[in-house]
Structure formats: C-alpha cells, structure tokens
Design a protein. Structure first.
Length: 102
C-alpha cells in the first residue's frame, strides 16, 4: 500500500504516516529494504509501496479510530484459534540476538 492508501485506511493525514515511517526506520524497528518497494508504472508515475509488516507497525505508532480498529483486528486474528488448527507464533529477537545459541 502507498502512504496515501495507508492514511485513508487509518483515517489520518499522509504526513502522519510519513512521520511514523520515518520514526520506524530511524529507530531501526524495521528495515527499509525489507518493507518498501519502489514501483514505477508505464505512464511514468512512481510509488513507494509498503508491506503488511510496515502497515502493522504504523498502526501501533499512530493513535486514531482507524488504527485502533486495525490493531484490534490484528490482535484478534492472532489470538483467535480456529477449531482443530494449532497456532504457531515465531518471535525474533533480531540478528544475532539469540542468547541461547551465541
């Protein structure tokens, strides 16, 4: 999704999305190479497109009704187990951060 699409989804201004993205990259919470793709269309218009991981991170950075609903949805999907299907959750501590196998 583009910054404008994310802003529309969360009901905020695109400058708020831009500030959140900048803060996420500055704090090294996510990598720009992993979460953003530069797309150029045939008509010459180009876009920065962000993946789901970035959208979720933005939702936890910004406070709005849209982000609150999105956070609830994400948390509900993670916490709700479907009958008969186990839930596996992998949590990474970052590169080289595994204290058990150092």
């Amino acid at each position: 999704m583009t910054k404008f699409e994310i802003a529309d989804l969360f009901g905020v201004f695109s400058c708020d999305i831009r500030k959140a993205i900048r803060a996420i990259y500055k704090n090294k919470e996510l990598s720009e190479a992993d979460t953003m793709k530069y797309i150029k269309q045939l008509d010459g218009i180009s876009y920065d497109v962000y993946d789901l991981e970035m959208i979720i991170a933005i939702a936890f950075k910004i406070c709005s009704k849209g982000t609150l609903l999105f956070r609830r949805f994400v948390i509900n999907e993670i916490c709700t187990t479907k009958k008969g299907s186990p839930v596996t959750l992998f949590v990474s501590y970052g590169k080289g951060g595994n204290l058990w196998y150092s």
